[in-house]
Design a protein around this ligand. Structure first.
Ligand code: NDP
Ligand code: GDR
Length: 362
């Protein structure tokens, strides 16, 4: 059999990097779409890349954008993939309230453009399509644990855009018989998680505070509960979904939920630092000097206009049909992320090159 070819949109993101690594390890030829940016944005996949003139090169990158139909059409025609993983998205929930139209264009219409390109090229009988759907679809709690049949109630422009993408994927499956599936993935993190998601914001703060480079940590809603797993485990689930004879939709989750507050406690526990909590507007003067504890305070700017209070997934279908289950426990995830950021900051310290990038905490 000829080598399998995969096309990944969003290859420069957290999941794209783990998935590319996983597929290359399984002998795939991997093509990825990257956006043009004024600085290089391939840091997460540089270690996988070989010059395209090298006979051993199996990873190929192409400029593209989910907002550009002609680009998607051309790339699909050139690459002729067996499997398409649509991971590209404006993926930050809070940012989607600031850029709702762009988020809809990329996350909702971008998915339509990709599906339609496959159809126009008459590849819909041959290509298997994975859509990166999300637990944000469940939004305002209707039932827990959340499973494939739980009604959706999106609570952000991001989630509403992803709702369109979910249903257009189902529609192309039903209308054209496409092998198109949704993975409804609950939060998954890693040492290469974007710095503005809460887990990475916390683990970076732990490492910076330990070195004396940051004084305090400001967060939004500490009571939000999330079902957090490791991205490495979840990309394997994406692949399993596309290996099924019959396309279908699956929840991937750990079946455990934890508050943001618990994440903070576990992360600072890793460096043995107690925490002093302050509410919004509380006096922060004189805090922590005597006790050596860390100040974690609320800044209302990090709250969302509408919040998703509780996510807890039921991965029973994925276990029964795919044989998939998460492998990394919550404490191991937190520990791995903290240790990775400590190492990053240690290297920065050795090179005298700490870059606070304070905006990264937004
Ligand atoms: P990231 O934000 O890390 O990566 C998003 C990727 O999409 C990046 O490669 C980004 O490029 C690319 N991208 C953004 N906009 C466009 C565009 N207009 N055209 C082309 N590419 C674009 O997200 P994750 O890796 O964490 O998530 C992957 C997917 O899974 C996303 O669709 C996300 O919504 C979804 N998801 C994620 C979950 C999670 O917990 N991580 C849970 C459930 C779903 P660049 O690097 O240039 O910014
Ligand atoms: P989420 O992830 O919105 O669940 O979306 P994020 O880490 O941004 O927020 C998780 C929870 O933490 C609360 N929170 C804060 N969040 C951020 N970013 N910054 C803060 O300072 C802060 N303080 C508290 C949030 O209010 C929220 O309740 C992620 C993304 O990867 C989506 O693309 C994906 O679809 C979902 O996970 C599943």
């Amino acid at each position: 059999m000829s080598e399998k070819v995969a096309l990944i949109t969003g290859i420069t993101g957290q999941d794209g990097a783990y998935l590319a690594d996983f597929l290359l390890g399984r002998g795939y030829i991997v093509h990825g779409i990257k956006r043009r940016s004024s600085l290089l944005n391939t840091e997460r996949i540089d270690y996988l890349y070989r010059d395209r003139h090298d006979a051993a090169a199996r990873l190929f990158l192409h400029y593209g954008d989910m907002t550009d139909s002609s680009n998607l059409l051309r790339l699909l025609g050139e690459v002729k993939p067996h499997e398409v993983y649509n991971l590209a998205a404006q993926s930050h929930v809070k940012v989607s309230f600031e850029t709702p139209e762009y988020t809809a264009n990329t996350d909702a219409l971008g998915t339509l453009r990709l599906l339609e390109a496959i159809r126009i090229l008459r590849m819909h009988d041959d290509v298997r399509f994975y859509q990166a759907s999300t637990s944000e679809l469940f939004g305002k709690v209707q039932e827990t644990p959340q499973r494939e049949q739980t009604p959706f109630y999106p609570r952000s422009p991001y989630a509403v855009a992803k709702l369109y993408a979910y249903w257009i994927t189902v529609n192309y499956r039903e209308a054209y018989g496409m092998h198109a599936s949704n993975g409804i993935l609950f939060n998954h993190e890693s040492p290469i998680r974007g710095e503005t998601f809460v887990t990475r914001k916390i683990t970076r703060a732990v490492a910076a505070i330990e070195r004396g480079w940051q004084e305090r940590l400001y967060l939004g809603n500490l009571d939000a509960q999330r079902d957090w797993g490791h991205a490495r485990d979840y990309v394997e689930g994406m692949w399993c979904i596309l290996q099924q004879e019959v396309p279908d939709d699956y929840v991937l989750a750990t079946g455990e939920t934890h508050t943001v507050r618990e994440f903070v406690e576990l992360a600072f526990g890793q460096i043995g630092r107690p925490i002093e909590w302050r509410g919004e507007g509380d006096n922060e003067q004189g805090c922590c000097k005597r006790t050596g504890s860390v100040l974690v305070a609320i800044d209302g700017n990090y709250r969302r206009p509408t919040e998703v209070d509780l996510l807890l997934g039921d991965p029973a279908k994925a276990l029964a049909k795919l044989g998939w289950r998460h492998r990394t426990s919550f404490p191991d995830l937190v520990a791995e992320m903290v240790e990775a950021d400590r190492l990053v900051m240690k290297r920065m310290g050795a090179n005298n090159a700490y870059e606070p990038k304070l905006y990264a905490a937004e």
